[in-house]
Design a protein around this ligand. Structure first.
Ligand SMILES: CC/C=C\C/C=C\C/C=C\CC/C=C/CC(=O)SCCNC(=O)CCNC(=O)[C@H](O)C(C)(C)COP(=O)(O)OP(=O)(O)OC[C@H]1O[C@@H](n2cnc3c(N)ncnc32)[C@H](O)[C@@H]1OP(=O)(O)O
Length: 292
């Protein structure tokens, strides 16, 4: 049902599914989608690289989310691909997280549609049968960080500007329980409590120390490191690895699935509050002023 809704959004946005399908095809040569998600398949290796291309900061607009969801679903259903690297086409920014403008000044129906797409992307990533490795080649706050936390392994480029973390409280908003659970599953309860309350954004050395990422490497080695990690993981028999992944993660996704509609209603009523809208507007304004 969520995919049908996603396709509806894509079609309304004028995205041609034929082009998208071609981009996620099994051909071994380099191909790219015409929109916000580039896919570089390596059929012989069984690996595809997904590159985010939603300028200026790869924020998760509804259209970008929808393209990502459809792309992941196509790769998931194509048994050629057993591993995927997620990275940015614009080194410097992995993803700025949820698009602030999707959560500001819109109507409840829009917020509900948007949040369903955010949930869907997380569900697709977190229990994917494929090996997912995040090659984090830029700043990755909030929803950008959640995407990488949902992968099986994270490689971060060693650049002090590339901070990662769930900074929601700095915006006056609250990370929902499934963001929290994803973080707790990765770095443990105490570290998550501190990181979430303070909205901490960790530079590479600290991110490694706290366990937000698995490896920090020089910027020009992020992709090759991700590739060698995925190659190691590919050596494990799929059925055993997949069942183990499911055993570790399914309870977390089931928790959202069983209260998905309530979570959407919760988000809509929270984000629609005047006080929250004001906080978001002030934050957007602050980002603008930073430039001048
Ligand atoms: C009990 C519980 C109760 C209720 C809970 C219920 C529900 C939960 C409710 C809410 C949870 C919602 C969860 C949200 C998670 C998120 O992801 S929120 C988004 C957080 N993102 C950020 O904080 C990142 C902000 N951006 C930056 O820090 C910088 O832009 C960045 C470091 C990414 C890049 O810096 P730089 O290269 O200098 O670029 P600029 O800052 O100049 O930005 C360029 C233009 O891009 C615009 N922009 C930046 N980020 C976003 C964004 N996330 N969305 C939309 N637009 C963004 C920026 O404004 C600039 O635009 P301009 O050129 O000025 O038009």
């Amino acid at each position: 049902m969520a995919l049908v809704a996603a396709r509806g959004t894509l079609l309304r946005a004028g995205v041609r599914l034929g082009t998208e399908a071609a981009a996620c095809g099994r051909n071994g040569t380099r191909r790219s989608a015409s929109h916000r998600v580039l896919v570089e398949p390596d059929a012989a290796a069984g690996i595809a690289t997904i590159k985010f291309k939603n300028p200026p900061v790869n924020s998760l607009t509804l259209e970008f989310l929808t393209e990502l969801i459809i792309c992941l679903e196509k790769l998931e259903n194509d048994k050629t691909f057993r591993g995927v690297i997620l990275t940015s086409n614009s080194p410097g920014i992995f993803s700025a997280g949820l698009d602030l403008r999707e959560m500001c000044g819109k109507n409840p129906a829009h917020y509900a549609e948007y949040w369903r797409a955010v949930q869907e992307l997380w569900l697709k990533l977190y229990v994917s049968n494929m090996i997912l490795v995040a090659a984090i080649n830029g700043a990755s706050p909030a929803g950008g960080c959640l995407m990488s936390l949902s992968c099986d392994y994270r490689v971060l480029a060693d650049n002090p500007r590339y901070k990662v973390g769930l900074n929601e409280t700095l915006l006056g908003i609250v990370a929902p329980f499934w963001f929290r659970d994803t973080l707790v599953n990765t770095i443990g309860h105490r570290a998550s409590e501190r990181a979430l309350q303070l909205g901490l954004l960790f530079p590479p050395a600290e991110a490694l120390q706290v366990g937000m990422v698995d490896q920090v490497v020089p910027e020009d080695q992020v992709h090759s490191t991700a590739l060698s990690v995925i190659t190691q993981w590919l050596a494990i028999p799929d059925h055993a690895r997949q069942l183990t992944k499911s055993m570790m993660r399914k309870a977390t996704t089931d928790n959202l699935i069983k209260q998905r509609e309530a979570d959407i209603q919760n988000f809509v009523s929270f984000i629609s509050r005047d006080s929250i809208q004001k906080s978001l507007q002030m934050y957007i304004e602050k980002l603008k002023q930073k430039k001048s």
